[in-house]
Design a protein around this ligand. Structure first.
Ligand code: DI6
Ligand code: FE
Length: 346
């Protein structure tokens, strides 16, 4: 069979659930034609290929494309100056009160056009692609109004047209309280549920709905309202849960059959059990753990023992995880969280 290129002598990590570990094929062969893979598997069972180019991998691994399942890639401005403030001893809350933090990113995001948001996200996306990313989840959550959340989701979708990657978008209107709603977080949640989610669903702009269930975010009851609205519009949910404290968000997410519960440093046994029962993926974000100098580890051994599938993501955002490397994320998963190499890759 004619093809453009074959890779021989490769160890293939198929990640096939039918094979142990990484689903290794020890003597793998991959063939491509017109930019598409036409064969991937054991060299022994492969058709006889006539290739214009043959690459001998000499036992190196070939893995599937990497997936970043939790990012806030779309945002305006940057918060680099907060790095020095933090080094000088300022806390996340103090910086927020002085006009920094999420609200400063909200202002810059609102001030940016859709094209400007796309242009500022592309270098971040390109850095991820250079390391092998092929699928990325991108959240809104820095617009915090109907107009600017829709703009952010459109910008996220645009990324998938400009680069050869799959983009999954998540509506995160319930990320932070915009200043217009100071003292009225229930009013903002009503806006999220009654106006934003229906509009996002009507335009088909989101593949899922997320919320930040936290003391500095939204309560479990408010999160439940967001989940109910998502459900009413046929959208699956996921949740920022147990990052800074334990509000039992993961169990709530499990009640709604969430795709994932993310962060989880403060997850307890009941939360682990609920996630295991509902098949909720634990998305671990060692970049955020590192940047905020968290010391409480997510309960990795409990998650592993309960058979909860674990994923790693960059959480790329300008405040708590300005990180655009999945390879470093995997390294941090092993070094900081003691995940095995196989777990990091999977
Ligand atoms: N958890 C986080 O760590 C970030 N968002 C979230 O839900 C913080 C985002 C920021 O500071 O801009
Ligand atoms: Fe996040």
């Amino acid at each position: 069979m004619r093809c453009d290129r074959i890779w021989v002598g490769a160890r293939l990590a198929t990640l096939s659930p039918e094979l142990p570990g990484l689903g290794e094929i020890a003597n793998g062969l991959i063939a491509s034609r017109d930019g598409k893979i036409v064969y991937s598997g054991d060299a022994a069972g492969a058709p006889r290929f006539e290739a214009a180019e043959t690459i001998d991998c000499q036992g190196r691994w070939i893995t599937p494309g990497l997936i970043d399942p939790h990012t806030h890639l779309i945002f305006g401005g940057d918060r680099a100056h907060e790095f020095e403030l933090r080094l000088a001893g300022a806390s996340y809350e103090e910086i927020a009160r002085a006009g920094g933090g999420i609200v400063s990113t909200m202002k810059a995001t609102r001030a940016a056009s859709e094209d400007e948001l796309v242009a500022s996200a592309l270098p971040r996306l390109d850095a991820l692609i250079a390391e092998g990313l092929t699928t990325i989840e991108v959240k809104s959550g820095y617009g915090l109004s109907l107009e600017h959340e829709l703009k952010s989701l459109r910008a996220a979708r645009k990324l998938g047209q400009l680069r050869p990657v799959s983009v999954k978008t998540t509506f995160l209107g319930a990320h932070a309280l915009p200043p217009e709603y100071t003292g009225n977080s229930d009013g903002y949640i009503e806006e999220v549920c009654e106006r934003m989610i229906p509009a996002v669903a009507a335009e088909g702009l989101a593949d899922a709905v997320d919320a930040f269930c936290e003391g500095i975010g939204f309560t479990p009851e408010q999160t439940r309202r967001v989940f109910e609205a998502a459900k009413a519009h046929g959208l699956p949910v996921k949740l920022h849960a147990e990052q800074l404290s334990n509000l039992h968000g993961a169990a709530l997410a499990a009640d709604y059959g969430a795709l994932s519960a993310d962060h989880l440093e403060h997850l307890d046994q009941a939360g682990v059990a609920a996630m295991a029962r509902a098949g909720v993926v634990a998305t671990l974000l060692p970049g955020a753990y590192y940047f905020v100098r968290e010391t409480k580890l997510p309960p990795i051994e409990d998650l592993r023992a309960a058979g909860v599938p674990m994923a790693l993501a960059t959480d790329c955002n300008p405040g708590t995880s300005p990180l655009t490397s999945l390879l470093l994320t995997m390294n941090m998963g092993a070094t900081l969280f003691r995940l095995t190499v196989d777990e990091c890759l999977a």
